[in-house]
Ligand binder design. Structure first.
Ligand code: 6PG
Length: 244
């Protein structure tokens, strides 16, 4: 099921399109479990960066029920976080906790982004965690959603974090939301062994077409995802892929 459905899109991206939202979420869960088993078998642990958003939330709920994961060797990180406390309804950590996923993992292996205070200092500290606990390949899997404006993680159009070429984690001010975020950068995503972006629903079909068919444009941060060394996998349902 996994490999024979994934197609090459270009030299830095792969794609799989599933008929329905349900089938797409089931593939996402199977792909996550396959990624975890492969990483644990090959490298002794599975280091994954969790995304915020409604699509990943449904995936986490299913994963938390799975009996097929060796949680003792899973290390949880985040792709991005809002500048709110960990018990705030807008927190990506809170969302993952509510699904039951976080408590499956030993607490010493859960690395929350402390974005609620001193966000730049804690972004620097988070980067120290990455370099201390991970190797140069960083994450075995970076999970991402995409907004209708083409943002991924908290890499929003026309924000300073898009220009970051060396730091792995930064604080990023989102002018049109009037809020700060902590986010992985493109160097962090592209150094990682695998990255996957989940896009479901007809409301995103125009952005999907622009991002996958247009040249790399900072106006559409998601268009930058993927390298020839570490391809990004696009996981779409037919509604989101309708204009391709
Ligand atoms: C966040 C997410 C963000 C999200 C996209 C897609 O903190 O909001 O990291 O990048 O993944 O906005 O969200 P949906 O899947 O809910 O459309």
């Amino acid at each position: 099921m996994l490999k024979n459905s994934i197609q090459s899109w270009d030299d830095r991206r792969e794609i799989i399109i599933l008929p329905t939202e349900q089938e797409t979420l089931l593939f996402a869960q199977e792909h996550w479990i396959h990624s975890a088993k492969r990483a644990i078998q090959q490298r002794g642990r599975f280091a994954v960066a969790l995304s915020g958003g409604s699509t990943p939330k449904t995936i986490y709920q299913s994963l938390a029920q799975s009996k097929d994961i060796d949680w003792t060797n899973v290390f949880l990180f985040w792709s991005d976080e809002r500048a709110v406390p960990p018990d705030h309804p807008n927190s990506n950590y809170h969302m993952a906790s509510q699904t039951g996923l976080v408590k499956k993992v030993p607490a010493s292996q859960v690395f929350r982004m402390k974005a609620e205070t001193e966000i730049q200092k804690h972004a620097n500290q988070y980067e120290e965690f990455l370099t201390r606990y991970l190797d140069k390949h960083l994450f075995d899997l970076v999970m991402l959603g995409m907004g209708e404006d083409g943002h991924i993680a908290s890499l929003f159009p026309l924000t300073t974090a898009l220009q970051e070429e060396s730091c792995l984690t930064v604080a990023n001010y989102i002018e049109n939301k009037k809020e700060w975020r902590m986010t992985l950068t493109f160097p962090a995503i592209h150094q990682s062994l695998h990255s996957v972006v989940y896009v479901l629903g007809a409301q995103k079909k125009e952005t999907v077409k622009k991002v996958l068919e247009a040249p790399i444009l900072s106006k559409w941060p998601a268009s930058r995802l993927g390298t020839t060394e570490h391809k990004t996998l696009w996981v779409l349902d037919e509604a989101a892929a309708a204009l391709l």
